[in-house]
Design a protein around this ligand. Structure first.
Ligand SMILES: O=C(O)CCC(=O)C(=O)O
Length: 190
């Protein structure tokens, strides 16, 4: 049983973390699935990031701020969606978007909150660990002392919901080794 130390960072409300959510075998099978996808460099506001992505179910268009129906979610993700849904005790059909991201060494995701049409976010990490950071969205509360840094291990699951989703921004520091993430999102305005 893990205990919470007085010196552990206080996590934003609504954030939960489950290390060793996947077995090594589950991870291997998911890696084969994501590495077989035609991931494309992520372009945001004309700038091409180092990370590559592919989304299913819905696509959020940053320029128009609109959500559009996307490619159907491949059945190969069903087992993962079912496992996450079981953990959260809710209907797997609520997950309407699957986003796969490859972070090559040195790549990041900058400070952001996920797009407003999405609801609960769950993140599954493959192949390597990363440092996930949180800072308040309210600029007047931002500063070095209000940044929370959490190590997200490979094979883990994290959930962003509630205040961690609405009042906090998150980012990922440059990764040392290639990392993949699978993000499952429900719909529901934040
Ligand atoms: O890779 C991750 O775990 C985070 C992904 C993320 O924040 C996003 O795509 O908005």
């Amino acid at each position: 049983m893990s205990t919470i130390s007085l010196f552990d960072p206080v996590l934003p409300e609504g954030f939960s973390y489950y290390p060793e959510f996947l077995s090594a075998e589950d991870e291997q099978r998911l890696l084969e699935i994501v590495q077989d996808l035609d991931l494309q460099p992520m372009v945001f506001q004309g700038y091409q990031a180092k990370r590559k992505t592919k989304s299913f179910g819905y696509d959020y268009h940053f320029h128009s701020r609109k959500l559009e129906k996307g490619l159907p979610i491949p059945e190969t993700f069903n087992a993962l969606i079912d496992k996450v849904s079981l953990k959260l005790a809710f209907d797997p059909k609520l997950f309407k978007e699957v986003l796969v991201t490859e972070y090559p060494p040195g790549s990041v995701i900058n400070w952001h909150r996920d797009a407003p049409p999405f609801g609960l976010i769950s993140g599954i990490s493959l192949l390597s660990d990363c440092s996930l950071r949180f800072r308040p969205h309210d600029k007047s509360k931002q500063g070095r002392k209000t940044i929370i840094n959490i190590t997200i291990q490979r094979c883990s699951l994290y959930i962003l919901d509630g205040i961690s989703r609405s009042d906090w921004e998150h980012s990922i520091l440059p990764v040392n080794k290639t990392r993949y993430s699978i993000t499952l999102r429900t719909l529901g305005k934040f």
